[in-house]
Design a protein around this ligand. Structure first.
Ligand SMILES: Cc1cc2nc3c(=O)[nH]c(=O)nc-3n(C[C@H](O)[C@H](O)[C@H](O)COP(=O)(O)O)c2cc1C
Length: 218
């Protein structure tokens, strides 16, 4: 933890991000995102941003259900942030997802079908200083949740290298690379990491290998 800077809720939206996300159609933005001002609340010299979404609560667990205090993707994000120097930004929904698993599945289905862009709570990070973005999420209905689209369309990721990381139950990385490739045509989508959610606590070796493979760590 000492090698990262937690940026949750503390960053504001840079002016450039107001104008250009990954795509030409930036989607919905909340009033708070629109009115946010540039911030210097980032660690000088840091080149890697880790941005992730994770949902605690009732979840799938080997065919049954489990109640998670900390989401699997957050566990994975913390492992990565403990291994390398990154700034961390947690993506949180302005309208939080239900505690109930089935209700969340239904809401996600509706959001996918309607091409929704669920609003993000609080301010977005300024991203100008980063070359690399580690973009983490669970897999929902075989792809990242729609709030990840909100994020990549709202911040300017052009010219950056995005390495996705996901936790999943059965689908592996699913359509993650395809989604980000389509949504972020001017970014480079690098090697991704997929860790089974139920086994995330045993994921350290996978994290190490991925960080080396992507040259994020030596
Ligand atoms: C709404 C919803 C949809 C899901 N859909 C899938 C899926 O299509 N494929 C899959 O492998 N896992 C699926 N899962 C399981 C999650 O990807 C998995 O439990 C993940 O580790 C949860 O991460 P989190 O705790 O950080 O949210 C789904 C979970 C939820 C809540």
């Amino acid at each position: 933890m000492n090698r990262r800077t937690l940026m949750r809720g503390s960053l504001t939206l840079g002016a450039g991000a107001l104008l250009a996300g990954c795509t030409d159609s930036p989607g919905q933005r909340t009033a708070s995102q629109r009115s946010a001002t540039p911030s210097s609340n980032t660690r000088p010299g840091s080149k890697v941003l880790l941005a992730y979404f994770s949902r605690p609560g009732e979840n799938y667990h080997y065919g049954g259900r489990i109640d998670l205090d900390v989401g699997h993707t957050e566990v994975l994000a913390n492992m990565i942030a403990s291994a390398v120097a990154v700034d961390v930004y947690r993506i949180q929904a302005a309208d939080p997802y239900p505690q109930d698993y089935e209700e969340t599945v239904e809401r996600n289905k509706r959001e996918q079908e309607s091409e929704a862009r669920p609003a993000i709570a609080g301010a977005l990070p300024t991203v100008e200083q980063y070359d690399t973005v580690l973009l983490g999420s669970p897999i929902w209905n075989v792809r990242p949740p729609m709030i990840m689209r909100t994020f990549v369309e709202a911040v300017d990721l052009r010219g950056k290298t995005i390495h996705p990381f996901v936790t999943y139950a059965v689908s592996g990385i699913g359509a993650t690379v395809e989604d980000y490739t389509r949504l972020c045509p001017e970014a480079t989508i690098g090697d991704g990491l997929a860790v089974r959610g139920e086994e995330v606590n045993a994921g350290a070796a996978d994290v190490t290998a991925w960080l080396q493979r992507t040259s994020i760590s030596a």
